[in-house]
Design a protein around this ligand. Structure first.
Ligand code: BV8
Length: 262
């Protein structure tokens, strides 16, 4: 990682008027959650997320898609925020304005204490019904590990409250994300491969609106032309930005027990 760029970004962060942050699966990797481009495991090893996370896949084989989401929810039970999540939560009070937008559905930003999390793709720990989106009690969902229960209101099948491929993003969240790309003077793109639209376009949109865009990722291919690139793990780079910007040691963000029930 280029030290002078790191120090430059740290000073930009300290003096920023409005910081936009877009995160992807990579920010949860150090919490032990496999990213999407890592291979799928178990029963779903031979399937691409893009083929599983769709309405059609659910209609064709509801039990199989339901069990994939149940397995991912169970995997989340013993995972906790890492220093990357904790720094972003700390920044919410440290900078003038911070807009956090995540593609992730794991709830770890909330568990780290981020006060406002805009979830572009929903949250896997919430359940709704397939037909009308009626909220469904999580206890009812958890009591049906093999087959989705029926919605008590309309009788249609329960499904995870996440945005599948081919489904539109929640309008309000999408609007907030768009606004942040227009108004932020500093826009971070952290832990995303930039494969999935429309989230993948936000970094470039912020750049075109005149923001300084900073990509944080171990993979140089994720860099955005015209933006800055800090190569490394978000759980390492983000604490370094706080150290160089505020003089707070990185150890402060290590191994805290999450302040909020996960
Ligand atoms: C939509 C929820 C309107 C489910 C997910 C153009 C415009 C609009 C739509 C499209 C378009 N082109 C194509 C489309 C259709 C589609 C799409 O994008 N398809 C892709 C496959 C090409 N988009 C949609 O359908 C979206 N809907 O636009 O509605 C519409 C409707 C119909 C037709 C047209 C338009 C809905 C997309 C939402 C899909 N749902 N998730 C669930 O999670 O269970 S997306 C899924 O992928 C996750 O949310 C995930 O977050 C997301 C993106 O992946 P990443 O987060 O980037 O993860 P990935 O593994 O790819 O990368 C990880 C990165 O982390 C890597 O770069 C790695 O190097 C890095 N990393 C690893 N470790 C670390 C790290 N970085 C930092 N630190 C580390 N330690």
């Amino acid at each position: 990682m280029n030290k002078s760029d790191l120090i430059k970004v740290a000073h930009l962060l300290k003096s920023a008027r409005h910081v936009g942050v877009l995160t992807g699966a990579g920010i949860s990797a150090e919490s032990g959650i496999p990213t999407f481009r890592d291979s799928q495991t178990g029963l779903w090893a031979n399937f691409k997320v893009e083929d599983l996370a769709t309405r059609e896949a659910f209609e064709c084989n509801p039990d199989f898609v339901w069990q994939w989401h149940v397995a991912r929810r169970i995997m989340l039970i013993n995972t906790f925020p890492n220093p990357g999540h904790r720094v972003i939560a700390w920044l919410a009070d440290a900078v003038d304005q911070l807009t956090l937008i995540t593609q992730n559905v794991d709830g770890l930003h909330q568990a780290a204490g981020s006060p406002i999390v805009h979830e572009l793709h929903g949250n896997i720990k919430r359940t709704k019904c397939f037909k009308y989106g009626h909220p469904i009690e999580q206890s009812l969902a958890d009591n049906h590990p093999d087959s989705p229960p029926e919605c008590p209101v309309c009788g249609s099948l329960a499904r995870p409250d996440v945005v599948w491929f081919g489904e539109v993003l929640p309008t309000k969240v999408f609007g907030i994300a768009n606004d942040a790309t227009i108004h932020a003077d500093l826009f971070f793109v952290i832990g995303t491969s930039g494969h999935v639209q429309p989230a993948a376009a936000f970094g470039l949109m912020a750049l075109e609106s005149g923001a300084t865009v900073v990509v944080i990722n171990p993979d140089p291919d994720s860099a955005i032309p015209g933006g800055m690139f800090l190569q490394g793990l978000s759980g390492v780079v983000l604490p370094q930005l706080v150290k160089h910007g505020w003089g707070i040691p990185a150890s402060v963000f290590q191994d805290q027990v999450s302040t909020r029930k996960f």
